[in-house]
Write a protein that binds this ligand. Structure first.
Ligand code: OGA
Ligand code: MN
Length: 299
């Protein structure tokens, strides 16, 4: 079986932005041959984000592709995973039987973030496959996702800030920023029981992280979850973190993805942050399938 689309070699076209590359010439319905896969994997580690358009894949096929990169991490929100495929988390604003069928607004992710950084072993990568994309009345695509390269952000730090940050560890907290504080919108927000919260204790990860595969350095902070720096008073750490959030999301480090149905994106949660643009609402429907890869303790 082959992967390549007939008469078309797999090709990698980097974005102009310092993050992301479009992969063409693959049909993920088939099995990827080793050469094609190697090319795709190299692009993933180099550009932190893959854009593979025009796919028509089943959950099994998305699982098979993601699985080539490593072991999968099942999501703890069991109410939003596909019953037959617990590897697949649904992201959706579609309401059935009085509740959204998936994480609505991707679980309050209309904030720059990296996925599941509050785990001791944060997830390595995420694949996200678009099944339904919202459109405006005038036919414009809504619900873009923006990505930023924290490799590029690290490279652009001043030498003084690089040495100041070396060895510092930020505190990541699942419930920072009030998962349940926004009462008005809470119906579509994540609700955690006290029991669940207990299972996710605060965790410290290095702010300057070394990529486990390439050895490249990046900035590892998460505006959604980082809430302080070990051994530093809030009066000092919070402004420093704010400065880093602003630095990491400078427009020149970012790429904004306009989705089409059939797009499969894959990003590296070590060297990229992402942001969901929440500019749509029912009856504009959005449905995505997400799979995450197990990660290791950051260093
Ligand atoms: C995610 C996520 C953003 C989006 O899947 O982790 O943040 O635009 N998605 O759906
Ligand atoms: Mn996310």
């Amino acid at each position: 079986m082959t992967t390549a689309v007939a008469n078309q070699p797999v090709s990698v076209r980097p974005n102009e932005a310092p993050i992301g590359a479009e992969i063409t010439g693959v049909d993920l319905c088939g099995d990827l041959d080793d050469d094609s896969f190697r090319k795709i994997r190299d692009a993933y580690y180099r550009y932190s984000l893959l854009i593979i358009r025009g796919q028509a894949i089943s959950p099994e096929q998305q699982i098979r592709f993601t699985r080539r990169f490593g072991d999968l991490q099942l999501h703890h929100l069991k109410q939003y995973v596909l019953p037959e495929h617990p590897e697949v988390l649904m992201l959706s604003n579609i309401v059935e039987n009085g509740r959204t069928i998936g994480l609505a607004d991707a679980g309050r992710v209309a904030v720059w973030h990296t996925d599941l950084s509050y785990l001791k072993e944060p997830v390595a990568g995420s694949t996200l496959y678009a099944l339904e994309i919202p459109y405006s009345d005038t036919g414009e695509v809504l619900g873009d996702t923006v990505f930023t390269s924290t490799f590029a952000a690290y490279d652009a730090l001043s030498p003084e800030l690089k040495s100041k940050l070396a060895g510092l560890r930020a505190i990541h907290r699942m419930t920072k920023g009030g998962y349940e504080s926004d009462k008005e919108k809470s119906a579509s927000r994540l609700q955690y029981s006290d029991e669940q919260k207990k299972n996710f204790a605060d965790i410290a990860h290095p702010i300057i992280r070394t990529h486990p595969v390439t050895g490249r350095k990046c900035i590892y902070i998460n505006p959604l979850c980082t809430d302080g720096i070990e051994g530093m008073p809030d009066s000092e750490s919070l402004p420093l973190l704010e400065e880093l959030y602003a630095h990491c999301t400078r427009p020149e480090f970012t790429y904004r993805h306009k989705w089409r149905k059939g797009d499969l994106l894959m990003w590296d949660n070590c060297s990229a942050l992402h942001l969901a643009v929440m500019d749509y609402a029912l009856p504009q429907r959005r449905l995505m399938h997400r799979i995450t890869l197990k990660g290791a303790v950051p260093f």
